[in-house]
Ligand binder design. Structure first.
Ligand SMILES: *Cc1c(COP(=O)(O)O)cnc(C)c1O
Length: 390
């Protein structure tokens, strides 16, 4: 049985070219970038070359890019760092209602334990926030606003430039989690108008445990770690140079393929959604049809548990996700679909299929063939579905 991986939003395989670049780094160039001898200098050159490459990819200066252990750390550093830095005059935060837990949890921590007020920026039924709603919530005590560029569960793309227009006038810091946008759509810090931006390697065919935070020149945030003077003391700790080299290589490849991948995923997703929604009754597509990163397809199968579909598909060799990867195992319906105003029963039946570079029409056809009998069998056993259908 062929293994069909449709969970690329959880993580991607590492591109063989990335592996090669990292292996070279690990075997031949293992120096510590802080050392003064030639091995250290060579490592430092690899580190700074990667920094330049990644900076160019998001259109910032190399000096504005700080390496971290991934998306979670970058998000935490942005939110907690801004809050701690501005604590004496700002005690209020705004974060998007559909943010990843790596943004929601530090914001909730600041709210519950550190006395910050917290507002969640609402979204419409497509999962998009409006600048008008943000303008209503803004006041002069806001330390930071954080809204993601693309959502991990639905793929919804926010109009970050319209949102930063509101905060810019008031001099309020704006952070965006660009983890799911990177490599799929253009990520340009100047066009977006953001002060802080998070990205990670393992969602774009790079290594796990490597990411970066863009901090705009002049923006001050408090560090979370103390130690050496790495990353200008904003993130001390010996740099993961092989990881950083891998991240740079992954972005280089993504930059070259982005347009072609986008077109391919747009066609495949149109085909898949059309087939599934015609072959199976009572299926909703969740999120915006057009304004989303195309590999992400979130569908609700009314009256049954997404978790049961996922397990049945797994037995057929298909990997996908219900809700976000981080909440799998919990029976709570997704906070993302809840914020979009979705009925709890429909939200329970949500499945996220996320395609990648290796996804083919033949693979999708296999899923299209296997899904209807699975859904039918589960619905036969579902009292909720039978009562709804009557
Ligand atoms: C995966 C993900 C993260 C977390 O990134 P890690 O590198 O796994 O820590 C943060 N935000 C979004 C939107 C994600 O999809």
């Amino acid at each position: 049985m062929e293994f069909i991986y449709l969970d690329h939003n959880a993580t991607t395989p590492v591109d063989p070219e990335v592996v090669e670049a990292m292996l070279h780094q690990l075997k031949e160039n293992y120096g510590n970038a802080s050392s003064v001898h030639s091995s250290g200098r060579d490592a430092k050159v690899a580190l700074e070359n990667s920094r330049e490459q990644i900076a160019e990819f998001i259109n910032c200066e190399p000096s504005e890019l700080y390496f971290t252990s991934g998306g979670t750390e970058s998000d935490n550093l942005a939110i907690l760092g801004a809050a701690y830095q501005l604590k004496s005059r700002c005690d209020h935060l705004i974060v998007g209602a559909t943010e990843h837990h790596a943004v929601l949890e530090p914001a909730e921590y600041l709210h519950e334990k550190e006395g910050f007020k917290l507002d969640l920026l609402p979204v419409d039924s497509d999962g998009i926030s409006s600048p008008e709603k943000l303008a209503e919530l803004i006041n002069d005590k806001i330390a930071i606003v954080s809204v993601m560029q693309a959502n991990n569960e639905t793929g919804a793309i926010q109009d970050i430039a319209a949102l930063t227009n509101i905060t810019k006038e008031k001099g309020i810091l704006f952070h965006t989690d660009a983890v799911q946008a990177t490599g799929k759509i253009k990520v340009d810090v100047k066009e977006l108008g953001v002060d802080l931006l998070s990205l990670t390697g393992h969602k774009i065919y790079g290594p796990k445990g490597t990411g970066a935070l863009y901090i705009k020149q002049g923006v001050k945030i408090a560090p979370l770690f103390y130690g050496g003077s790495h990353e200008k003391k904003r993130r001390p700790g010996t740099e993961n140079i092989a990881g950083v080299v891998g991240l740079a290589k992954a972005l280089e490849i993504a930059g070259k393929r982005m347009e072609q991948d986008y077109k391919m995923h747009k066609e495949l997703s149109r085909y898949f959604i059309e087939k599934v929604t015609t072959l199976i009754p009572d299926v909703h597509f969740n999120g915006p049809r057009e304004k989303r990163v195309m590999p992400t397809m979130n569908l609700s199968f009314c009256g049954i548990e997404g978790e049961s579909i996922l397990l049945s598909l797994d037995m057929e060799g298909v990997a996908c996700s219900s809700g976000s990867a981080c909440t799998s195992g919990a029976t709570e319906p997704s906070h993302v679909l809840d914020a979009m105003g979705m009925d709890k029963v429909d939200a329970q039946g949500a499945i996220r299929f996320s395609m990648g570079r290796s996804t083919t029409k033949e693979q999708l056809d296999y899923v299209i063939e296997k899904l209807p009998p699975i859904v039918e069998r589960l619905r036969e056993m579902s009292p909720i579905y039978r009562s709804k259908a009557k």
